[in-house]
Design a protein around this ligand. Sequence first.
Ligand code: ADP
Ligand code: MG
Length: 665
Amino acid sequence: MLPSSLYAVCLQEQEQAALSQAEVQKQSIQEVRRSLPVFPYREDLLLAIQQHQILVIEGETGSGKTTQIPQFLMESGYNDGGMKIGCTQPRRVAAMSVAARVAQEVGVKLGNEVGYSIRFEDCTSERTVLKYMTDGMLLREFLTEPDLASYSVVIIDEAHERTLHTDILFGLIKDIARFRPDLKVLVASATLDTERFSCFFDDAPVFRIPGRRFPVDIFYTKAPEADYLEACVVSVLQIHVTQPPGDCLVFLTGQEEIETCCELLQERCRRLGSKISELLVLPIYANLPSDMQAKIFSPTPPGSRKVVVATNIAETSLTIDGIIYVIDPGFCKQKSYNARTGMESLIVTPCSRASANQRAGRAGRVAAGKCFRLYTAWAFKHEMEESTVPEIQRTNLGNVVLLLKSLGINDLIHFDFMDPPPHETLVLALEQLYALGALNHLGELTKLGRRMAELPVDPMLSKMILASEQYKCSEEVLTIAAMLSVNNSIFYRPKDKVVHADNARQNFVVPGGDHMVLLNVYTQVKRIGGYATQWCYENFIQFRSMKRARDVREQLEGLMDRIEVEVCSSGGDIVPIRKVGYFYHTARLSKGGYKTVKHQQTVYVHPNSSLFEEQPRWLIYHELVFTTKEFMRQVFDQSLEPPRLFLETYWNRDKDERSKVQRDP
Ligand code: ADP
Ligand code: MG
């Protein structure tokens, strides 16, 4: 034990050491800031913002648009009087990571002056003046603040990504800018499509930040690759062994591929042992825990090489310094939507030429680089689309239509879309909302619809939550809705332990179907309490997803007051829970498969479902997805409450219940 005076001295020394380390870090941060391409344009940019209400900003990825421009605005007083600067990002990971970086640059704790807000996670406080958020979150803010009165500047960043929410924001913000002349609007984009943005925003000027770009040599394969994952692994190792120092970036399509690739790389490096220098293998994808995300930014130790294996999040949203080599298999995972059947699919498809060029560009940021395309030059020319189709044209619009309706925008056909959605998609969304009772037969928002819009979940789920009140099972239904919202990531199924994982999962099966299984898992984890991490691990349950489900549930429960739903429990009794199901998604057993009641489409129970073997006569499904086949995911046995309710809720309502549809006052 140290004498207390000595102890104090030690502490002081430690503090001083920490302090000077912070000083050094601060200095180097300032140096990095000054070195970014946007830095010399600070004054010109601020002048342009002062002179124009709407400005389109174009700049090479990594030039400092996302991290620097909001700081310039803060430094020149755009946050005076407690006004906020908002900056949207299409991706959750980008919003979190960029906010963390900027908080560090500004020298504040994340969540104080600089914060972020993503669905079900609000890391802001009353002090927050610079708020990074997903585009979907800003969209929801229109519900509480239709003119965004607390913002002095809104930056719609990564505009070229053209996500559904960004596209809707374009229309809404263009509209409010007309009666809020004091609001500044910045539309920031990589070097793509900027003329179109300018044209949409009534010929707003384009401010171009000249990029520094070093030449990138592009190499194609002579013949198509049969297995692009294997080809990636081989290419990385070849680069590592034969090429001069410089980090490597590999683009894959999703978590599973990325994990496999990382495992393969690690294993082969282990086998090569000391014959090669050290290779640091780092993954990055949306569901990666944030401490792991931060790792991709730490500098590579001398003598080793870093390889980052990423989804297309690294295409433009995140910039990793030091990349010299890019490996591009030419694929991405893309959502598409069939408006005739309401089927969504997430399929691996060739990426666009615009994407491929962005990917290649990542190699030339710090020095001349090389991009290895694992496809032929012919495929690049003839098999890839010029650019990616905007999401609004290939997704379900139910959520967005409900939101727009609650903002009082009734005439969706004439909404100011940059690219309008297909007519059938709009019609299907309206019809679905009508079936759920959110709209009346005139397409107007009902009282129920208004309450549904308050909940940041799919309309099917919000309807279910609202219906649970009547059947006195809202506790259970909130849990089910939260578990369904975490996206099929509850059960862990590693490739080398499939049998164990499936057995563990079998232990959670209860009668009724997947919704009841999810409820069961949640209840058990909650009961275990403090020991849950270990317990989850042993039972092949992803603890992280459970934590997220708990957060989602807490938030939803917090909103129950606002929509006047009393939270009460059925004691886990399945009978009332069965009654709140979304009858719009009913399917009937028919010759080896199922037929959806609405579209008479043949669909199948997903092999991961607890009802895969049982095949009950009537089912309701949470979602329809096409992967290898038309699958229903998360199904509920509805045989005891046959489709009577479906018919009542939907088909006959028009006739009998038109007068009962609640109209807005
Ligand atoms: P742009 O938005 O123009 O693409 P950014 O502002 O995102 O550019 O990036 C500017 C610089 O900030 C890049 O050099 C990038 O490496 C760095 N940077 C961004 N986020 C982080 C982070 N989380 N950690 C470390 N550096 C980061
Ligand atoms: Mg950016």
